[in-house]
Design a protein around this ligand. Structure first.
Ligand code: COA
Length: 214
């Protein structure tokens, strides 16, 4: 069995470990251990939920054993940068971590790799998702949605049917994107916003209806 390395030691990394642990307990166990990788050596040895910090991310290059890895950082641009580094290390795989309590029919939802789907996230059908996205607690994704890579859909956000999202978008908690709209890459939608028109320019949009923040 492999080790699962979680990159990051903050709150979101702990939530990723919790999803992994739920998968372990739903069985059969997939990993011999869950370990965290920190940015600083000073954190090595820290005990976190379901695992401890065993190194910095430099460890990934030093240990040639095949291993699984998950990005425990909830910021789209950092997710993109880390994924680019991971691509250089063929001994590492980034599985999709789908909580057993998520509502997803993987026959009707195409997931790339490295995606995190938290408990209560609900997907309907004919959905295509790229790599290294986050679908956090109780978000919903409707029919015929297309999502790029490195996006972060925060808790309770709703993506309506037919929406297309580019890479590295962030949907704030409780935000809504109405049906058939598109979001360009690098669009950030504020918590509680309602997106009523397609977003064609990268930037931050907030409010009801969502408007660009100055
Ligand atoms: C929209 C957002 C990205 C803006 O962050 P920011 O660029 O740092 O902006 P600031 O906090 O400096 O706020 C700028 C202005 O926008 C307003 N604003 C911020 N977030 C807002 C929101 N969600 N809805 C409406 N207005 C908002 C602020 O009140 C401020 O207004 P002011 O200039 O009149 O004082 C951020 O507030 C947000 O909503 N992030 C999502 C957070 C989230 O989902 N957290 C869950 C984690 S699990």
């Amino acid at each position: 069995m492999r080790t699962l390395y979680i990159i990051g030691t903050g709150g979101f990394a702990k939530e990723v470990a919790q999803v992994a642990q739920a998968l372990q307990e739903a069985g059969p166990p997939r990993w011999q251990a869950i370990e965290y990788l920190a940015r600083n050596e000073g954190e090595i040895g820290r005990v976190l939920p379901f695992g401890r910090v065993t190194g910095t991310d430099a460890l990934l290059a030093q240990r040639p054993q095949a291993a699984d890895v998950a990005i425990g950082i909830g910021q789209p641009l950092l997710r993109r940068a880390i994924a680019a580094r991971l691509a250089a290390w063929p001994h590492l795989q980034a599985p999709n971590l789908v909580h057993p309590g998520a509502g997803i029919d993987e026959r009707r939802v195409q997931l790339g790799c490295g995606n995190l789907v938290a408990r209560g996230a609900q997907f309907t059908c004919d959905i295509e998702v790229g790599d290294f996205n986050v679908f956090n607690l109780n978000c919903t994704v409707g029919h015929d949605v297309r999502i790029g890579s490195y996006c972060v859909v925060n808790p309770g956000a709703n993506v309506s049917g037919g929406v297309a999202m580019g890479d590295a978008c962030l949907l704030g908690t409780g935000s809504q994107v109405l049906e058939g709209l598109s979001l360009c890459a690098d669009a950030t939608i504020g918590a509680g916003a309602v997106v009523t028109r397609s977003v064609a320019r990268p930037g931050t949009y907030a409010g009801v209806p969502a408007r660009a923040l100055a």
